[in-house]
Design a protein around this ligand. Structure first.
Ligand SMILES: C[S@@+](CC[C@H](N)C(=O)[O-])C[C@H]1O[C@@H](n2cnc3c(N)ncnc32)[C@H](O)[C@@H]1O
Length: 149
């Protein structure tokens, strides 16, 4: 049976987080965590949201980076990019770009994900190392995030 609109978001995100996000992104949220709580995003950072869906994490990330930063919202489904763009416009944000692409076409991530790896944290550590020494990679809870040391 389908969950009522917004049920996933209400389970995963705090009331404070949800207050920063338009209803369209709340209703369409389909994630498994609130990864940004653990990503340590600072004002001015650049964030790549892999699989942006309806944009809930894109919008929260764009609030964290502020206007000096930037969020690239990537998805391989044009319909999802359109929904993220709608939500971004409703939120009044100007620091988000959408990108139509397949995660599997990003060589450094593909390398990290296809090598056998027992834990999410080791996948993230490999992805971070492969992409940039200054990057943080986060897929959800704190134990699956890798940051510069
Ligand atoms: C479970 S949704 C999560 C969306 C959002 N982060 C949220 O929490 O609601 C996953 C998204 O990833 C996208 N996706 C899945 N595989 C992908 C791939 N290989 N390349 C790009 N996007 C992908 C899907 O189209 C979908 O929009």
């Amino acid at each position: 049976m389908a969950s009522p609109a917004g049920a996933v978001a209400r389970k995963l995100y705090s009331a404070e987080e949800l207050a920063q996000v338009p209803q369209i992104a709340i209703d369409g949220a389909l994630g498994v965590a609130s990864p940004l709580r653990h990503a340590g995003i600072e004002p001015g950072d650049t964030v790549l949201d892999l699989g942006c869906g309806y944009g809930i994490d894109t919008i929260l990330a764009a609030r964290h980076t502020g206007p000096a930063g930037r969020v690239i919202a990537l998805d391989f489904l044009p319909a999802m990019l359109a929904r993220t763009a709608d939500a971004v416009a409703q939120a009044g944000l100007h620091n988000v770009d959408t990108l139509h692409a397949d995660i599997e076409d990003i060589p450094c991530l593909t390398t990290a994900l296809t090598r056998s790896s027992p834990t999410a944290s080791s996948i993230c550590a490999r992805a971070r190392h492969a992409c940039s020494p200054n990057a943080a990679v986060c897929s959800g809870p704190a134990e699956s995030c890798a940051s510069p040391t």
